[in-house]
Design a protein around this ligand. Structure first.
Ligand SMILES: *Cc1c(COP(=O)(O)O)cnc(C)c1O
Length: 390
């Protein structure tokens, strides 16, 4: 027990006192619509496993075949000798899916954001960022010497005002989440692209929650808004709907060529085990071949949202399978989550500082793999516990 670490003990007890300390929930089973936690089987509304692909047999068998063919570890960073044919095959698969010239896969979505923003922007540049952008975008911006300008959430008038004010910058990049993970709303990407073209700025969209969810066969927010090919940096993740692991950037070949030289979070880290690349390829192919997953996801999302609304809960601005149940006070959200767990429903409370102090909520993410009976059980649990709480 080092005395020198006492400052951490103090920090942690402070977090606990103010209710900001989060326990880690440990799964005692595979990821899925039902999981076992603390010895109890619960309906899982906390994952990003939108399509149920984390354990789809196509992904599992692709990973197994790749283990036999390519072995386990990749052994090096991409640029030295960690690029196997299967890594490039995945990049071609994503380029085709996204209808872009090229693609670069990073070890994770956060690595993709950090490496890309850091590589593209520098001194004399301005980054225009939605106020509710994901932490990995914010960290990417911190790695640059560019100036950061935050615009009001989804507010196109505010964005245009800042575009007018920053004309003299060397280069400008508008960066936004496609789908926002706390409210389940999405950005008006068509308007953003138009403003960018009018004011000669670059656009980057982080589609971690849009890929596999929005657009034709899950091609994402750009496809949903009919602006595919007009987004300069189309960033996404393989870790959520696609049930695997990894981040990617799709765009013109010159962009990818440049990032191969300059994206530090790609240059200085070992590539994925080949089994991960193989499973990701299977995911991209499966979402296009087996259309029922996406349909089930949206049917389930609508059913649950209508159910919550029918019970009188406030589901906010959600337009996607992320459905918040906004209860107000942090303590209420935390207590509701505990009560729901007792009823066999696992859904996490989201409290300040992730959301405003008076907008604490239970966030639910339903998946394609949930059954009607799961959703009925969820709604009756919310009805029972919610009545007690609010
Ligand atoms: C989850 C998430 C990421 C990070 O993706 P990982 O592949 O899990 O690292 C990036 N951006 C957004 C908006 C996310 O929700």
């Amino acid at each position: 027990m080092s005395k020198r670490l006492d400052f951490l003990r103090e920090e942690i007890s402070g977090m606990k006192k103010s209710g900001l300390y989060n326990e880690i929930s440990v799964l005692e089973s595979k990821q899925g619509p039902r999981v076992r936690i603390k010895g109890k089987e619960v309906i899982n509304l906390a994952s990003n496993n939108y399509l149920g692909f984390a354990n789809h047999p196509n992904l599992v068998s692709a990973a197994r075949r790749a283990l036999d063919e390519w072995g386990y570890g990749s052994g090096a960073v991409r640029q030295i000798c960690g690029t196997m044919e299967i890594h490039e095959q995945l990049e071609r698969e994503i380029s085709k899916f996204k209808d872009e010239e090229a693609c670069q896969v990073f070890v994770s979505g956060i690595a993709a954001n950090m490496g890309t923003i850091q590589a593209l922007m520098g001194e004399g540049d301005v980054i225009l960022s939605d106020e509710l952008n994901h932490g990995s975008i914010i960290d990417g911006i911190r790695l640059t010497k560019a100036e950061k300008k935050v615009y009001k959430h989804l507010d196109m008038a505010d964005l245009e005002k800042i575009l007018r004010e920053t004309k003299s910058a060397r280069r400008r990049l508008i960066v936004t989440d496609g789908v926002f993970s706390m409210d389940g709303d999405y950005c008006p990407l068509d308007s953003i692209v138009e403003l960018a073209e009018k004011h000669d700025a670059l656009v980057m969209v982080d589609d971690a929650h849009g890929d596999g969810v929005l657009g034709k066969d899950g091609r994402g927010t750009a496809d949903h808004f009919g602006v595919a090919g007009r987004v300069d940096v189309d960033m996404g993740t393989l870790s959520k709907a696609f049930g695997s692991l990894g981040g990617f950037v799709a765009g013109d070949s010159v962009l990818i060529d440049f990032l191969h030289q300059r994206a530090r979070s790609w240059l200085f880290t070992t590539s994925h085990p080949p089994s991960v690349a193989a499973a990701s390829i299977a995911a991209i192919q499966t979402v296009q071949k087996e259309k029922h997953h996406l349909k089930n996801l949206w049917d389930n999302a609508k059913f649950l949202k209508n159910g919550f609304d029918g019970l009188g809960f406030n589901t906010g601005q959600s337009k996607t399978p992320i459905t918040p149940v906004i209860v107000g006070e942090s303590a209420v959200a935390q207590e509701l989550s505990r009560e729901l767990f007792k009823e066999g429903v696992f859904a996490k409370p989201i409290v300040y500082p992730l959301v405003a102090k008076d907008k604490a909520r239970i966030r639910t993410i339903v998946t394609a793999a949930h059954k009607k009976e799961d959703l009925d059980k969820v709604l009756s649990a919310f009805e029972k516990c919610g009545r007690k709480e609010t």
